[in-house]
Design a protein around this ligand. Structure first.
Ligand SMILES: [Zn+2]
Length: 173
């Protein structure tokens, strides 16, 4: 799939949630197909593995002396970073795939197959919301760090500092 994803603004909204439940089944399949292809395209454009958003977040937490585990498959949504000591699960979300509210990339829609993409991306968000709710019901605190924040060191530092401070505060367990 060499098609580039073009920006389409002001199209059908994120919440155009038609046939989400039936879409969920094909979501897993398409993750093996065009999603992975698009992702690897994204990766190659980013270049170095060290700039990968998850790695940047992990380094930031490690630099702050935090211990964590990765991709705990036993937890809803397989959070990217889990800090058991703080009972906190962190998702590092790609802006396009998960509908970032903070940047243009989160509002992009591919120009072709618009209905498919609207439904797929809406299904992603529905699943994300369900994972957050499930984790919270299990007593986990959930933080989402957007890819665009990981590309901006000062913004990421603010987010991580705030997170670490909140763990240090007396109101935290
Ligand atoms: Zn973003």
């Amino acid at each position: 799939m060499a098609k580039t994803i073009t920006v389409l603004r002001g199209g059908a909204g994120l919440r155009a949630t038609t046939q989400i439940s039936s879409l969920r089944a094909c979501h897993a399949m398409s993750d093996q197909g065009e999603t992975r292809t698009a992702r690897s395209g994204l990766m190659s454009r980013i270049g170095s593995k060290d700039t990968k958003p998850e790695v940047v977040v992990r380094k930031g937490l490690h630099a702050r002396g935090e211990r964590f585990r990765l991709h705990r498959k036993d937890l809803p949504g397989k959070p990217d970073v889990v800090l058991p000591r703080h009972r906190t699960a962190v998702f590092v979300h790609g802006c396009f795939w998960h509908g970032c509210p903070d940047c243009d990339r989160g509002q992009r829609r591919p120009k072709s197959n618009t209905a498919f993409w609207n439904a797929k991306l809406a299904a992603n968000q529905t699943r994300d919301a369900r994972d957050v709710a499930d984790l919270q019901n299990l007593g986990w605190r959930v933080e989402t760090i957007w890819e665009c924040a990981t590309r901006d060191p000062s913004r990421l530092n603010i987010i991580l500092d705030r997170l670490v401070r909140s763990w240090d505060s007396p109101s935290h367990e």
